[in-house]
Write a protein that binds this ligand. Structure first.
Ligand SMILES: [Zn+2]
Length: 130
């Protein structure tokens, strides 16, 4: 079953991100290293994304909602989200993932709206700090 990708706004994400069933997937490349990131987000760089989809699906076990973003969520974020949809369709399983979303305006929009940015260098980000 083909599924569609929806968009979610930063304020929707901010109110939902503490829920344990959501994984935020940052697909920016090197920018993540110097621009900060959304606390608790996973990092799967778009450059190597396709090869790592099985790892991603493994890592998000137990989550039913994945929210993808890149810097602007115009190209890399939606492209990677689509690749996960296609991957799951091909495998004929959903791995418990019900919703695949893209964060509107990406990380840059998130930061420009004054939402909390984490600048830790932990891999993975533990998501404690603002
Ligand atoms: Zn962090």
């Amino acid at each position: 079953m083909a599924r569609s990708i929806s968009y979610m706004t930063g304020s929707q994400l901010l109110s939902l991100k503490r829920r344990p069933n959501i994984a935020i997937v940052d697909v920016r490349d090197d920018e993540r290293g110097y621009d900060g990131h959304i606390a608790g987000s996973l990092h799967y760089a778009s450059g190597t994304f396709t090869d790592k989809i099985p790892d991603l699906v493994q890592e998000v076990q137990g989550k039913d909602t994945l929210v993808f973003h890149c810097a602007l969520s115009q190209v890399r974020g939606p492209t990677c989200a689509r690749r996960v949809v296609d991957y799951l369709a091909e495998k004929k399983e959903d791995a418990g993932i019900k919703n695949i979303l893209v964060l509107e305006r990406g990380f840059n929009g998130w930061e420009a709206s004054g939402r909390p940015v984490c600048r830790c260098t932990d891999i993975p980000c533990k998501g404690n700090s603002a």
